[in-house]
Design a protein around this ligand. Structure first.
Ligand SMILES: NC(=O)c1ccc[n+]([C@@H]2O[C@H](COP(=O)([O-])OP(=O)(O)OC[C@H]3O[C@@H](n4cnc5c(N)ncnc54)[C@H](O)[C@@H]3O)[C@@H](O)[C@H]2O)c1
Length: 261
């Protein structure tokens, strides 16, 4: 299947969900530019893409820095002839409440998690307009709907992503650019490993902590990055042509209940 043949996608984040999305879209025929700050992860993704002969360029970029994003978007559009799809999956997940999180950390979280979405749009939308349309998929979280304690900067950023998604959907609808967000529950990625180690200690048995996290979801397990990538691919495809401005939960039923039997 080559559902994305002729399409150019920019994906931020080169581990976890970003990695799975980049590979999924490239395997379906897209030309993909993956933007990441983690050198080891960038190299691993590049190696995987080369082994599979995918059209996937990995670009080192800090997505909170305007110059970095501009250069990467120019490189992606220049190499592949334009931009049709942007998937914003880069994020950081600082722990702490509004008293224990430094203001610098709060602002860094907003810059990486939300500012990057602004920046990829600032430099990507003009390219999409030239191609008479496009799709932007923003990774938010269930924590943008309801939240845990002790992660206030992350929660603020995820709520902001829902609001920014709606605003961008309205602003860019006349350009036939659709903008949606996705709110995952727990998914097997490095960010969840960080959660496991934060709550259970550095030596935690990650698989058994993941099992416990999974048990909190009505479906009884955590999600896999490929399951999120499949939803991203659907929303980015022409099959989703009438979908914009909306958030899409993929959480094993986590937010369906009120926590009582
Ligand atoms: N895994 C989960 O349980 C879960 C749940 C809900 C939402 N999410 C969201 O899904 C998205 C993807 O996260 P993930 O689960 O794949 O975790 P992850 O940690 O594997 O991915 C985040 C990526 O962002 C990159 N990154 C961080 N700062 C950056 C910067 N300044 N510039 C460029 N890249 C940077 C990291 O290097 C990493 O590759 C995030 O928005 C996250 O908040 C994840």
């Amino acid at each position: 299947m080559n559902e994305f043949a002729g399409k150019v996608a920019v994906v931020t984040g080169t581990t976890g969900i970003g990695r799975a999305v980049a590979l999924h879209l490239a395997r379906q025929g897209a030309s993909v530019a993956a933007l990441g700050i983690d050198l080891a992860a960038n190299a691993e993704l590049e190696k995987t893409a080369t082994a599979e002969s995918l059209i996937l360029a990995v670009l080192h970029a800090d997505v909170s820095v305007p110059d970095n994003v501009q250069s990467a978007m120019v490189a992606a559009a220049g190499s592949f002839g334009g931009i049709d799809i942007i998937v914003n999956a880069a994020a950081i997940h600082p722990y702490g409440d509004a008293e224990t999180t430094s203001f610098e950390t709060f602002m860094r979280c907003m810059a990486v998690n939300v500012g990057s979405i602004h920046l990829t749009a600032e430099y990507g939308v003009p390219e999409m307009r030239k191609r008479h349309g496009g799709v932007i998929v923003n990774l938010s979280s269930v924590q943008g709907h309801a939240c845990q304690s002790g992660v206030s900067a992350y929660v603020a950023s995820k709520g902001a992503i829902h609001a920014l998604t709606r605003a961008m959907a309205l602003d860019f609808a006349p350009d036939r650019i659709r903008v949606v967000s996705i709110s995952p529950g727990s998914v097997r990625t490095p960010i969840l490993e960080l959660a496991a180690r934060t709550f259970e200690g550095e030596d935690a048995d990650i698989e058994s902590v993941f099992e416990r996290f999974g048990a909190a979801h009505p479906l009884g397990r955590i999600g896999e990055p490929e399951e999120v990538a499949a939803l991203v691919a659907f929303l980015a495809s022409d099959k989703a042509g009438f979908i914009t401005g909306s958030d899409h939960r993929i959480d094993g039923g986590l937010t369906a209940g009120i926590g009582l039997r």
